[in-house]
Design a protein around this ligand. Structure first.
Ligand code: ATR
Length: 271
């Protein structure tokens, strides 16, 4: 049996084991997939041991940069994201680092029939989560992708890094007063039930769609805020989680699992 895992700290809450076990069941693949609590500062040691017997792993907080450093080779999308969420041992023993978060977000948006082409998209945050989704969003040819961040300089740096890829600009929170078509919250604010300092005027009632990369059983504070101001639709990040997992599974096993039933299962059992 081939072995896989998710590395994180903490990792007990991770939904990846259940998602990958469901994928394996659905596609008839004989694999094991376990959570692995990695002590801070010991990523390389744990990963080296792991890859003596195993074929791949997902990486979650706070090790995505460690995984980026650990990989012997990087896919172009991982290189652009500056972070790795999937490692795969190739036949010659090389460890390949990939990042499936961005494609996961775009697929989830498409599943929800959210238009991206020619749309004005506002991306909140300029950390790892935000950086990982910029290129896949620009590939969808939006009219404009605006990045805003509490620490403005970080947004400016991201724009410098990616402006050759498409129409990306930055704006300070306090200067955002016009409605956009889609707002994506890639900040970690929802983790502490905080809201980014964003004007309600960025929402055009009945038209703007709001997406929070976080998810929880109840509406996230960002989705609550969006509803309160009339957003046409709010979506949380559970679907993105399932879609990025499907792409990792594809990288490892060469089969892209179906995601709809898995997402439905998680939605029913989310804690
Ligand atoms: P991740 O890997 O999840 O992106 P990160 O790299 O630590 O985590 O980035 C967190 C992002 O959330 C940053 O853009 C951060 O803004 P700063 O760069 O100014 O720190 C943003 N963030 C966190 N809490 C926030 C809050 N309460 N309001 C607005 N932005 C917040």
């Amino acid at each position: 049996m081939d072995h896989y895992a998710v590395f994180g700290n903490p990792v007990g809450h991770s939904k990846s084991p259940i998602i990958h076990r469901l994928f394996a069941q659905q596609t008839g693949q004989k694999i094991s997939y376990d959570p692995k609590l990695v002590p801070i500062g010991q990523f390389t040691e744990v990963a080296n041991n792991f890859f003596e017997k195993a074929l791949g792993c997902n990486i979650t907080v706070p090790f995505k940069e460690d995984a980026f450093q650990f990989a012997n080779e990087l896919t172009p999308r991982a290189q652009l994201a500056g972070a790795v969420n999937t490692l795969k041992k190739l036949q010659d023993g090389t460890i390949l680092g990939d990042n499936t978060d961005g494609i996961g977000l775009v697929r989830d948006l498409k599943n929800a029939k959210v238009l991206l082409k020619n749309q004005r998209i506002l991306l909140l945050g300029a950390g790892g989560a935000s950086r990982g989704v910029i290129e896949p969003l620009l590939n969808e040819q939006p009219q404009q992708l605006i990045i805003t961040n509490r620490t403005h300089e970080k947004a400016q740096t991201l724009v410098e890094l990616t402006k050759h890829l498409g129409p990306i600009t930055t704006e300070r929170y306090e200067n955002l007063n016009d409605p956009v078509d889609l707002i994506i919250n890639a900040t970690s604010a929802s983790l502490s039930s905080e809201l980014p300092n964003i004007s309600k005027h960025t929402i055009k009632p009945q038209q703007t769609i709001c997406y929070d990369m976080m998810y929880s059983r109840e509406l996230t504070v960002f989705c609550q805020w969006a509803k309160q101001h009339g957003a046409a639709k709010t979506i949380d990040g559970l679907g993105m989680l399932v879609e990025q997992a499907a792409e990792s599974f594809y990288l490892w096993r060469g089969i892209l699992p179906k995601t709809e039933a898995v997402l439905r299962f998680l939605r029913q059992h989310i804690t």
